[in-house]
Design a binder for this molecule. Structure first.
Ligand code: SF4
Ligand code: SF4
Length: 278
């Protein structure tokens, strides 16, 4: 039986999820809980509490057999269910295998350069990723992952071979990870170094919000660890913006000023790390 993963949405084409025009698959579920998450409805799997069912104005949700079912045809994508869900989940999720993903993006195959799997956290579903990567390569498409860096690729050489690269988030310096990601993860830079030594880390990313964590310390430590690797990544320094975020923790976040972003860029420059500010 083919591996399946819970899918939140599939874009046939995007120019902001890796190089060139790419199909993007967003999986549901993530082990982290970052206050600045721009896709907060992908953090949790639905627990079938049923709260969103009466909130749906289109009658597109049904509680049945201990599950909440979604009628895609009736859904108007109004997002009332997402606003009602207190768990950062979504009822608009379906389980899909790699062949079904390829069917969904078939109209775009003539002009996309690759597939990016994002989320949520895609590495929660390694069997699905191995099969989707094989499908991508069979069509000469690149295969990138957008990941929080929590997966141990050293223990999964088959997935490492399948993946062309990982665009990996550095949420904070190891000492401050819990503040920025909702979970301790002091090992993330080790995972990043492992990928960079094998030429599989095209990009790292840090979302910058003053006061949430010491951004200068995070960027400096990442640069110091990665600058000497066989294939240092590009560093994407991302200004926090309050688009799509939810919750009390997000309401307390601040946007960085230009001086802070320039100072972080200067740290990258001092280590010879290519960087971009977005
Ligand atoms: S987005 Fe959610 S609330 Fe709105 S119509 Fe679709 S299922 Fe119903
Ligand atoms: S999507 Fe959220 S509110 Fe709706 S049933 Fe699932 S957990 Fe409950």
């Amino acid at each position: 039986m083919r591996a399946r993963a819970p899918i939140n949405r599939i874009l046939q084409s995007s120019i902001v999820d890796g190089p060139g025009n790419r199909a993007v698959v967003f999986v549901q579920g993530c082990g982290f809980n970052c206050p600045y998450c721009h896709n907060p409805e992908t953090i949790s799997l639905c627990n079938a509490c049923g709260l969103c069912v009466p909130a749906c104005p289109a009658g597109a949700l049904f509680a049945e057999g201990g599950r909440v079912l979604w009628d895609r045809e009736r859904c108007t994508l109004c997002d009332a269910c997402l606003r009602r869900c207190p768990w950062n989940a979504s009822p608009r999720v379906w389980y899909t295998d790699a062949a079904q993903v390829m069917d969904a993006i078939a109209p775009a195959l003539g002009y996309i350069r690759g597939i990016t799997v994002s989320g949520g956290e895609c590495t929660l579903y390694p069997d699905f990723l191995r099969e989707l990567g094989a499908e991508a390569h069979a069509r000469d498409l690149g295969f990138l992952l957008d990941s929080n860096g929590s997966y141990d690729f050293a223990a999964d050489p088959a997935l490492l071979r399948t993946v062309d690269g990982v665009m990996l988030d550095i949420k904070a310096s190891p000492a401050e990870y819990a503040a920025a990601a909702g979970r301790e993860a002091a090992y993330i830079l080790d995972r990043a170094v492992f990928l960079a030594e094998r030429g599989k880390l095209p990009e790292i990313r840090t979302v910058v919000s003053p006061g949430l964590f010491d951004a200068a310390a995070a960027v400096e430590e990442a640069c110091r660890r990665l600058a000497e690797t066989a294939s240092p990544p590009r560093y994407r320094l991302i200004r926090y913006r309050p688009n799509g975020v939810r919750g009390e923790a997000a309401a307390r976040l601040r946007e960085p000023d230009e001086a802070l972003m320039r100072s972080l860029a200067a740290i990258c420059d001092s280590f010879g790390i290519e960087r971009i500010i977005t």
